[in-house]
Ligand binder design. Structure first.
Ligand code: SF4
Ligand code: SF4
Length: 414
């Protein structure tokens, strides 16, 4: 694609990056067919190729409008288009640049502005979010249905094993997961303990930064990243850990991107590269120990159970991890049912379910139809956002896959 970027951005790092991305796009439109919002709305401007055009026009000097922003806001950042693109167009980076420019030129007003500010300030603070979630869970039955859907029932986490092994990893606790599903990291710690690896959480780490980053606060996201790096650095520098483990694939996608996020920060660029290189999804860590897991499972009874697997976009498109969790679940005795349109987003997409509720609910309804048509008794996924969002639309239990493996190893019932 030919480009002629406007003076305001041409000679900036963002301009150069945007130009490289735009020049790779050959307008073929293959990506449009796999875009969830295009499938729902049927408008070229609600698909990746149309959004690329909109961003190109703005970067070339056209004045963006409310309508430009609306089409960009409707994007889930699911990155399905990146998986489809034969030319390697890094759409999500272009979107980040485009959204930032458009947000600065078309300032948000009223409820939209307020909601985004509240989300930016409230969600990434685990202590504050935890108090609110506990209060919500205490009166859950009295809440209106829409609020009930955002407040999962409290489930016990179970014991956290003592750090007894020479092999060690650090896990990110994250912002909302400790309050919404503390059972996930505890289950991961128990499974890894059974495989001879101790998992610890570092005091001082918190939100990965994805919430602020996707709400057009890149400086806030960089601050989150620096704080996490500071919390992990003593263990990293001393060589005491094998990996930094993410049990939420959305966080994994963000932390693996720290090297890019902090590339222009002389004090943190090298540390960010090291941290990103050490970061692994829990699925990658367990898959590397598949033989040890098989040996532990061999001693257990493994009743066959029909299970539907929902691969979060941040896992399959963001981190390009495909197939490994499915193999682990099959090894643990689960029969994975066929799932139609497995590449499509469930509509959770970080704060999308709050900011675009109508589209989000339509995507969830479609996704649940696809997940349940094979007769699954349980749905498994790998990201707290997807799990909570899907659970709000079905009575079928939705669990993190590591909780199901943990239960099979005699840990907490899932
Ligand atoms: S990121 Fe997802 S929603 Fe956005 S354009 Fe790509 S496929 Fe469509
Ligand atoms: S598939 Fe890739 S090259 Fe083709 S229009 Fe989409 S982004 Fe451009």
């Amino acid at each position: 694609m030919q480009t002629q970027l406007a003076d305001f951005i041409r000679d900036t790092p963002e301009g150069r990056e945007a130009e490289d991305i735009l020049r790779k796009c050959v307008h073929c439109g293959f990506c449009t067919a796999t875009c969830p919002t295009y499938q729902l709305l049927g408008d070229e401007l609600d698909g990746p190729r149309g959004r690329i055009y909109l961003i190109k026009q703005v970067l070339e000097g056209a004045e963006p409008t409310d309508k430009t922003r609306l089409h960009l806001d409707r994007c889930l950042t699911c990155r399905s288009c990146e998986s489809t693109c034969p030319s390697g167009v890094h759409y999500s980076r272009l979107l980040d640049i485009g959204r930032h420019v458009v947000d600065a030129r078309v300032p948000r007003q009223g409820a939209d502005k307020l909601t985004r500010r509240v989300l930016r300030e409230f969600v990434p603070r685990p202590a504050l979010f935890g108090v609110a979630m506990k209060a919500g869970q205490a009166v859950r039955r009295l809440l209106p249905k829409t609020l009930q859907a955002k407040v999962p029932e409290a489930r016990p986490a179970g014991r956290w094993p003592a750090a007894r092994h020479a092999r060690r990893v650090i896990a990110l606790a994250g912002c909302v997961q400790p309050a919404m599903a503390p059972s996930i990291n505890a289950a991961a710690a128990r499974v890894l303990d059974a495989l001879g690896i101790s998992m610890v959480e570092a005091a001082g780490a918190g939100c990965c930064g994805a919430v602020r980053f996707h709400l057009d606060d890149p400086d806030g996201a960089r601050a989150d990243a620096r704080r996490n790096i500071d919390a992990w650095w003593p263990e990293v520098e001393a060589g005491r850990i094998e990996a930094i483990v993410m049990t939420a694939s959305g966080c994994g996608s963000q932390v693996k991107d720290y090297a890019h996020l902090l590339q222009h920060d002389p004090a943190y660029a090298d540390k960010a590269r090291r941290v990103a290189a050490l970061t692994r999804d829990i699925g990658e860590v367990v898959a590397a120990e598949a033989d040890a897991l098989a040996a532990v499972l061999a001693a257990r009874s493994l009743p066959r159970q029909a299970l539907a697997w929902h691969a979060p976009c941040s896992l399959q498109h963001g981190q390009r991890i495909r197939g490994s969790v499915e193999k682990l679940l099959a090894a643990a005795g689960f029969e994975l049912t066929p799932v139609r349109d497995a590449h499509l987003c469930c509509g959770s997409a970080g704060t999308y379910s709050i900011l675009q509720p109508e589209l989000s609910e339509r995507l969830r309804a479609n996704k649940l139809d696809c997940l349940l048509e094979g007769g699954a008794a349980t749905i498994a996924s790998a990201n707290i956002g997807c799990i909570t969002h899907l659970q709000a639309g079905t009575g079928t239990p939705v669990r993190h896959w590591i909780e199901l493996i943990d239960a099979r190893l005699g840990g907490q019932p899932a």
